[in-house]
Design a binder for this molecule. Sequence first.
Ligand code: FES
Length: 107
Amino acid sequence: MNIYTIHVTDREGNSHTLEGIEGWRVMEIIRDNDLPIKAECGGACACATCHVYVAPEWQGRLIPPTDEEIEMLDEAYHVEKNSRLSCQILLSAELDGLEVTLAPEMD
Ligand code: FES
């Protein structure tokens, strides 16, 4: 069981270093550490409330979004070029040290 680290900046600008198990969704790691992420659909790529911004240096290292993720992001607010749905990012050795920032809430 491999454990990797991610860095999450919250909406107040505070950085949190979190650990997660390989294969976990980044959304799950954020949620399980009690950071404010709604993730209303539980990771089914059907709500966009797990929206994060990926640090530029990490963007090219992620697996590209699926059509479903792109469609959900089309309906989200505050979308930027580096927007991703954190439930669609699975932790792996390649992503050890990943940096993301929580997007503003949708309401
Ligand atoms: S948790 Fe709903 S789209 Fe990610």
